[in-house]
Ligand binder design. Sequence first.
Ligand code: ATP
Ligand code: RIB
Length: 299
Amino acid sequence: MAHVVVVGSSNTDLVVKTERFPKPGETLVGGDFFLFQGGKGANQAVAAARMGAEVTFISKVGKDLFGKQTREGLEKEGVSTRLVLEDREMASGIALITVNELGENTIVVAPGANAKLSPSDVQTALQDIPSHAFILCQLEIPIDTISFLASYAQKENINLILNPAPAQKLPESIYDQLFLITPNETEASLLTGMPCDSDSDYPKIAHWFRNKGVKQVLLTLGEKGTYFQNSTQEYQIPAQKVNALDTTAAGDVFNGSLALGLAEGMSWKDAITLATKAASISVTRMGAQASAPFRSELA
Ligand code: ATP
Ligand code: RIB
């Protein structure tokens, strides 16, 4: 069984459907309310597990009800939680999400215990994992922890995939330690300082990352699909046409599925195609982890 290690956040998502987003100072009466399991790390872990990976998840929750529910939810998905740590002082992570009638979202995260996942927590946890070819991480945990992971991956010859979400600047030293970076358009633009809007922008953005030492670059372009580049290959793969109900976690389902595909030894094209199919299904469903498809649904 392909093994993927995910290091990252777990949140409880408090979601309200609304026709449109409120303006500053405005109170809107919205629609239905949902409580979902979320957090970029946990979403990616569940997406990989539903695709068929053996997943070890390294994360931190609070000693509270949301932390308990997070752990139980992951266990039901077959994700190992033995390395989901508990912080006695901080609350578990929360995300306040609105979803409009186009399926777009706004998200505010209160990281809580996620902000306490330290380099030494991760160092200790990694010693407890027998062998791992791929580690997948995001930016909802401290940047020092990401820097530690990047150095660890380089030293141990492990392929580190960074989904640089939510967007924030990265230390220069990280780039040449990355096997793959998977920014969306906003993240790519913030990191490079270049526009990421049109077909002619994508190769330039990918070159920028590769010049910094990243081995592979995959830009996720929402309903436009993806652009991939490494030293020998370049593809633009369109998204599947679907009616989007809720795009929350489309990127997470994409990244989790992609990591599984790569861990299974698929070619870049096949792994990206698998992840594209999985993400397109997820946007037709409400919720983060709840929207991730199982492998059997891709046929
Ligand atoms: P999010 O923040 O919403 O989780 P993201 O911004 O990280 O997502 P996107 O680039 O929006 O990532 O989406 C990731 C992938 O999901 C896309 O490359 C595409 O394959 C698929 N996808 C996203 N939105 C749609 C859509 N409306 N229709 C079909 N596929 C989509
Ligand atoms: O990517 C979607 C996720 O972002 C949500 O589940 C929310 O918890 C925030 O982390």
